[in-house]
Design a protein around this ligand. Structure first.
Ligand SMILES: NC(=O)c1ccc[n+]([C@@H]2O[C@H](COP(=O)([O-])OP(=O)(O)OC[C@H]3O[C@@H](n4cnc5c(N)ncnc54)[C@H](O)[C@@H]3O)[C@@H](O)[C@H]2O)c1
Length: 233
């Protein structure tokens, strides 16, 4: 059994990842401080012998023995990450330092849930990984954008300096069951407006493009899954 730590496991994406890993037969430790997550999201896993839940804030060190770490803990929508911006930066930066330190100590593989927001207000569409982005370091979104960018830096420096086995996934707008209905994001807005029979709001002239990903596809075909495949090779 692979022992896997999922931080932010009681959140939207984290709960789907925990579900998948439990089904695969892995030994899953879900850690969450319930800032935006909820025990309801993983209540159906609580009676599984290969699932364990721990309340913990990843801005503080964590001492556990695991083989893999999926670091998802971080509020994801502007409403949530701007509520306490200092804590948002701490979660990304101190959280990454704590999780990378843990991975180094126990020689675990570690994955970081990064974001398309690392491109900031991009000049090119769609964004390629070779593009470094255009990010405001002092704006109200900076706590999230710069926090995630710093986390990416830490991940790559831990790889260069300590040979850590890392993966960084830049997730774009993901939707599906257990997403937050009132987080002000485009898909949740559309669905809530449609359910209420309200007109659907399109900002600007409607010519903008966005990238949407269904949560099962993210878990299936993204690097989440690649991380597991690599291990089996
Ligand atoms: N949903 C998306 O479209 C999307 C897009 C890009 C990136 N991401 C990233 O994916 C990850 C998961 O996003 P989500 O949509 O599931 O959001 P979410 O808010 O549902 O989940 C985040 C979880 O992290 C927990 N958390 C927050 N701060 C914590 C801390 N300090 N210690 C422990 N737990 C903490 C929350 O309680 C919550 O359960 C985040 O890192 C986010 O930045 C998501």
């Amino acid at each position: 059994m692979t022992r896997i730590l999922v931080t932010g496991g009681a959140g939207f994406i984290g709960s789907h990842l925990c579900e998948r890993l439990v089904e695969q037969g892995d030994d899953v430790l879900c850690v969450d401080n319930y800032f935006t997550g909820n025990k309801r999201n993983i209540s159906h896993l609580l009676n599984r012998s290969n699932f364990e839940l721990m309340r913990h804030d990843i801005t503080f060190p964590l001492y556990v023995e695991v083989d893999e770490i999926y670091n998802l803990a971080c509020p994801a929508s502007p409403i949530h990450y701007q509520h306490d911006p200092v804590q948002t930066t701490k979660t990304s930066v101190h959280g990454a330092i704590n999780m990378l330190g843990l991975a180094k100590r126990v020689k675990a593989k570690i994955m970081q849930a990064s974001t398309s927001e690392v491109y900031g207000d991009p000049e090119i569409h769609p964004q390629l990984e070779s593009y470094w982005g255009r990010v405001n370091p002092i704006g109200i979104r900076s706590c999230y954008d710069e926090g995630k960018r710093c986390a990416e830096t830490l991940f790559f420096d831990y790889r260069r300096q300590h040979n850590l086995r890392i993966k960084v996934v830049r997730i774009f707008n993901t939707y599906g069951p257990r997403m937050h209905p009132n987080d002000g994001r485009v898909v949740s807005n559309f669905i809530v407006q449609a359910l209420r029979g309200d007109a659907i709001t399109i900002y600007g002239d409607g010519s903008q493009s966005r990238s949407f990903c269904y949560v099962d596809d993210l878990i299936d075909v993204s690097s989440f899954f690649l991380m597991r495949q690599n291990q089996r090779v």
